[in-house]
Ligand binder design. Structure first.
Ligand SMILES: N[C@@H](CCC(=O)N[C@@H](CS)C(=O)NCC(=O)O)C(=O)O
Length: 234
């Protein structure tokens, strides 16, 4: 059974879905993944053919080759994968109450991404200037997550989701160099180690790390200005 996943390596939600499919496969679930990269720089997500897969023109989106069913929205995609492939695994709770609680947590936590995407992510992707208040906002949210994040033995799908959201925010922040003082987040660092040890992590993330390593987030003029203002340490 093949699932086509339309995603971008810079989209944390795409990587969360991609990684989850790899984990299901490693658990012995028969599921073939056909990863189709979408180029945000070319605005491929807004092309007509893609709108037929996901009318909002966003990643991630999937197409089930068996039924031709198309679906966008990360949390709905997780629900689909869990119901279709994840029953009987540790990833999908058994009772409807626990399932509902899990979905509730997904929605409650997804809000972080709305802030990162709308205020920062798109501007960064399109090389537009991002106001410093947006970065402060991201830094504060990450700190809040770190304070409230409760580490536990087993990794859940929600942990994976939170990890990808927060890790993206943190890397964006570190790349700008503007709020290094706010990047010391011990609980989220522990979560990162856990998700990193799950099967498929490197396959999903290697090209992303390459991208982030080489990408210039702020211009030299901006860096010089920030140094003068004392927001960045030399
Ligand atoms: N609520 C959606 C958010 C999807 C979303 O905003 N994706 C971003 C990338 S991670 C995107 O496609 N941005 C490009 C655009 O909006 O044109 C979900 O959970 O899937």
């Amino acid at each position: 059974m093949t699932i086509k996943l339309y995603g971008s390596n810079i989209c944390p939600l795409s990587r969360a879905v991609f990684h989850f499919v790899k984990i299901l496969k490693a658990d012995g679930i028969e599921i073939q993944l056909d990863y189709c990269p979408i180029d945000f720089r070319k605005e491929e997500q807004k092309e007509e053919w893609f709108r037929e897969i996901h009318p909002a023109g966003k990643t991630p989106a999937i197409k089930d080759e068996e039924t031709k069913f198309c679906l966008g929205e990360s949390r709905a995609i997780f629900f689909y994968l869990l119901e279709k492939y994840g029953k009987g695994t540790k990833w999908w709770p058994k009772t409807v109450e626990d399932q509902a609680m899990m979905i509730r947590s997904f929605y409650a936590n997804g809000g972080l991404f709305n802030i990162i995407d709308s205020t920062v992510c798109r501007k960064v992707i399109n090389n537009k200037k991002t106001p410093d208040t947006a970065w402060i906002n991201v830094a504060n949210i990450l700190q809040r997550y770190d304070e409230f994040y409760e580490s536990h033995e087993d990794v859940t799908l929600l942990d994976i989701y939170i990890h990808y959201l927060c890790d993206f925010g943190k890397l964006l922040l570190m790349k700008t160099g503007l709020h290094n003082d706010k990047c010391n987040l011990p609980n989220l660092a522990k979560l990162h180690q856990k998700v990193k040890s799950l099967p498929g992590f490197n396959a999903v993330n290697d090209s992303y790390f390459n991208w982030i390593r080489n990408y210039r987030f702020v211009s030299q003029t901006e860096i010089d200005k920030q140094k003068q203002l004392g927001t960045i340490q030399e």
